[in-house]
Design a protein around this ligand. Structure first.
Ligand code: LLP
Length: 440
């Protein structure tokens, strides 16, 4: 695979070399690394806004009554939520903690959909008390939810079920979320029963939902699932006379992680998902439900780079390693999914002397490799590297493994850096531990 970065690709990613130094969104990332230390996540406000606007424009061009719910799990930093809130986004949450964070960002409950799975009664109580729309993942949960409504004396809101359309897609088996073997949603043969039951319990307003997987770059991978979903909606609408308030197609929109990949063709996505949706509601006379999607990665992945410094160059006679200060505690995607993140030298452009390095983090496992056999200009200890496209599922999946504090996050807005999260300290590592008296 050829992985040379060309100028267009760099520009598309908001990157540019000026006098041999890499700039991200008009800011010198070496200067940022020196000012704040490494590792650090650097996020561009402008890129998040651009991604949102691009997607919104495509949807609006076909069907105006649409809501883009940002999947908070991708990156739940409050500043990111606030940026998207000011753009008019809606939000998709998977836990009470995400809903709580949205509230702290000033997001109104009516802009949130709560798509959990394996909901506890406590989850339901939290959502019902806070007037958040619930998207159920199993029929049995309905019975429990009804009890919670009763015990809290609250009026029943809109209810929705997550459908498993059996045709899933995604960049890794862990992220394909449809299929008979998969834990999510309700299969076709139980869908009518689910809504019938909900009607029986007195629910009067309905939505419907599917999410087939994550990291889908080929728009045709949405096609079969969409067809199946449409046929299920058709069946439901005709057998139970349901007028849906919304029809949700989930997230999954991919981004080009490789330098030779093309961005997802949004016009094709529109052809495959939005146009047939419009046709369905017209032909089946379904009124004007809200068209919803829930992208996470698409909105934030490309807004962020992870900066790391090389501390060790090791040539073991077989392989060259560039040892850096970021490991899989900070970015787990390469280790967990074999995911590719493009890596570039911050202070050296590609030249005559290119060498192949494994970029190795400091975690005590051989799996702590952020990039394998990456062709880079000859590197030295003290050089800086930037790891691209880390805005989605980067910080959000980080941990304190090996007792390493998590890094800071810096937001670039109009060319100015703002620290939006402090790096953790050693005290943070210990703050929830309690030493029993006999060990004091
Ligand atoms: N909606 C639901 C119900 C979801 O479960 C997800 C992601 C999304 C929306 C957003 O999907 P996106 O647009 O970001 O693809 N940790 C993995 C990705 C896990 C995605 C889980 N669900 C990764 O790093 O690739």
């Amino acid at each position: 695979m050829v992985l040379m970065e060309n100028i267009d690709w760099l520009n598309y990613k908001g990157l540019e070399y000026r006098d041999g130094n890499l700039f991200f969104n008009d800011v010198s990332i070496i200067e940022l690394s020196k000012k704040y230390g490494t590792p650090i996540y650097v996020i561009s406000e402008q890129i998040i806004r651009e991604k949102y606007r691009t997607l919104k424009k495509v949807l609006n061009s076909e069907y105006k009554k649409n809501h883009i719910h940002y999947a908070v799990k991708a990156n739940s930093n409050i500043s990111i939520l606030k940026i998207l809130n000011t753009e008019g986004a809606f939000f998709d949450c998977t836990s009470q903690g995400e809903i709580y964070t949205c509230f702290k960002a000033g997001i109104a409950p009516e802009r949130i959909i709560y798509t959990g799975n394996m909901f506890t009664d406590n989850d339901f109580e939290f959502a019902v008390k806070n007037d958040v729309l619930i998207n159920l993942d199993s029929i049995s949960q309905l019975d429990r939810l009804v009890k919670i409504y009763k015990s809290l004396g609250k009026e029943k809101k809109t209810i929705s079920f997550r459908i498993n359309p059996e045709f899933g897609a995604g960049h890794h088996i862990h992220d394909i979320t449809a299929g008979k073997e998969v834990k999510f949603g309700i299969l076709e043969h139980q869908v009518v029963e689910a809504y019938k039951r909900a009607k029986h319990f007195g629910f009067e307003r309905f939505g419907i939902h599917q999410h087939i997987g994550s990291g889908i770059n080929n728009p045709y991978n949405f096609e079969k699932a969409a067809e199946k979903y449409f046929s299920i909606i058709k069946k439901l609408a005709s057998s139970l006379k349901i007028n849906f308030e919304f029809i949700d197609f989930g997230g999954g929109l991919g981004i080009p992680y490789h330098a030779n990949e093309k961005p997802l063709d949004l016009e094709k996505y529109k052809e495959i998902v939005v146009k047939p949706f419009k046709k369905l509601i017209y032909v089946e006379n379904l009124g004007e439900p809200v068209f919803k999607i829930e992208p996470g990665r698409f909105l934030v992945a490309e807004s962020c780079v992870l900066l790391t410094q090389i501390n060790t160059i090791k040539d073991n006679g077989y392989k060259l390693f560039a040892g850096v200060d970021a490991g899989f505690n900070i970015l787990i995607r390469p280790t967990m999914y074999g995911a590719y993140h493009h890596i570039m030298a911050c202070n050296k452009i590609r030249g005559k002397k290119m060498l192949k390095y494994d970029i190795a983090g400091p975690i005590c496992e051989s799996g702590d490799i952020l990039g394998k056999e990456r062709e880079l200009p000859e590197l030295k200890e003290g050089d800086y590297l930037t790891i691209l496209d880390t805005g989605a599922y980067g910080y959000a999946m980080s941990s304190n493994y090996n007792s390493r504090p998590r890094p800071a996050e810096i937001l670039i807005s109009n060319g100015q850096p703002f620290k939006i999260r402090e790096a953790e300290t050693f005290e943070d590592l210990l703050k929830n531990q309690i030493i029993p008296d006999h060990l004091k």
